[in-house]
Design a protein around this ligand. Structure first.
Ligand code: BTN
Length: 324
């Protein structure tokens, strides 16, 4: 039925087709038509609905085309294979399964839509069809488990630099790895590690970039806190370009990290951070810390100076503003 609705709307491109005409052609009720229209919207079609006039096709989902994407990635030697999927629960799950089966470092899993996209701290991640970059990268770094957070910071720097290379964006990193524009979140990074003894076996770097989402794609409670490249720039952005920009930066930074360790990443992260030198409250599993973040240490921990002058390293926490 969906296919037929699209066919009919396409035949009337630019003008409205009444709900009655659709229901007659499909031999279903107008409520059934409306339900299908909602389904099409969830698949990435933009359909304008007017009580008086009916429905008008205003936009089709944009698809990533594998050969086009591979062409944009032609200069990278880091990416070994790209798996481009339609609808998945979470690209993290697919990449993890591939890693368990022996997939090499540089395996990239991308999906058009995630039904159970996940974020840090057990949150869910809004991943509508065709609107963003939802991807997971398999890494096999030869580093101790306690350094895994360095990779989170590296990934945030790569993404920040990648997005800045596409457009003059005022974009900064909120510790540890949220990218913000005008105080609103535009992307998130989730690193999931599997270790043996205290060495990492593999890491799945999950990256979510809100590229072409519009306000109505977010649940109401997120609208004030989230944004997208499309909202900020005022026009849609080619998702393949976004992926290629990230990969290019990641490849360079990961090579520098393997050669020279965390120091170069630390400097870049600190320069892009919007977190440093502003009072903050960090909710850690061991309790709440209030103070001023002053930098990173060589392990990748955030150094927070408390009011008593003591400097505490923080590896993992939820960051908020301090209480009065
Ligand atoms: C966060 O800010 O909380 C992290 C969000 C990470 C989202 C990405 S989208 C691709 C990958 N698959 C997931 O399920 N999550 C990550």
């Amino acid at each position: 039925m969906n296919k037929r609705i699209i066919e009919l709307l396409e035949q009337h491109e630019g003008s409205y087709l009444s709900g009655e005409a659709l229901s007659k052609d499909l031999k279903v009720s107008r409520t059934a038509v409306w339900k299908q229209i909602k389904k099409l919207e969830s698949l990435g079609y933009t359909i304008e609905a007017s009580r008086r006039l009916g429905y008008r096709l205003a936009g089709k989902p944009s698809r990533l085309i594998l050969p086009e994407l591979l062409d944009k990635l032609r200069d990278t030697s880091f990416i070994q294979s790209v798996k481009l999927l339609d609808t998945v629960d979470s690209t993290q799950n697919i990449a993890q399964r591939l890693a368990e089966e022996g997939a090499p470092e540089g395996t990239l899993v991308i999906a058009e839509q995630q039904t159970s996209g996940r974020g840090r701290l057990g949150r869910s991640w809004v991943s509508p069809m065709g609107k963003g970059v939802w991807m997971s990268l398999v890494l096999r770094p030869d580093i101790p488990l306690q350094f895994a957070s360095q990779l989170t910071l590296l990934t945030a720097v790569a993404l920040c630099r990648g997005l800045k290379s596409l457009a003059p964006l005022e974009i900064g990193i909120k510790w540890p790895n949220d990218l913000l524009i005008g105080g609103k979140k535009i992307s998130g990074i989730l690193l999931e590690s599997t270790a043996e003894e205290d060495r990492l076996r593999y890491v799945i770097a999950g990256i979510g970039i809100s590229v072409n989402l519009e306000d109505e794609d977010y649940p109401a409670e997120l609208r004030g806190a989230a944004t997208s490249l499309r909202i900020v720039l005022g026009h849609p952005v080619d998702r393949a370009e976004v992926i290629a920009a990230f990969v290019s930066q990641f490849e360079q930074l990961y090579a520098a990290y393997r050669q020279s360790g965390f120091a170069p990443i630390q400097t870049l992260w600190e320069a892009l951070s919007v977190t440093l030198h502003k009072p903050a409250k960090l909710i850690t599993p061991g309790g709440t810390i209030e103070g001023t973040p002053i930098g990173l240490d060589e392990r990748g921990a955030l150094l927070v100076e408390q009011s008593d002058g003591i400097i505490v390293p923080v590896f993992s926490a939820e960051m908020g503003v301090p209480s009065e």
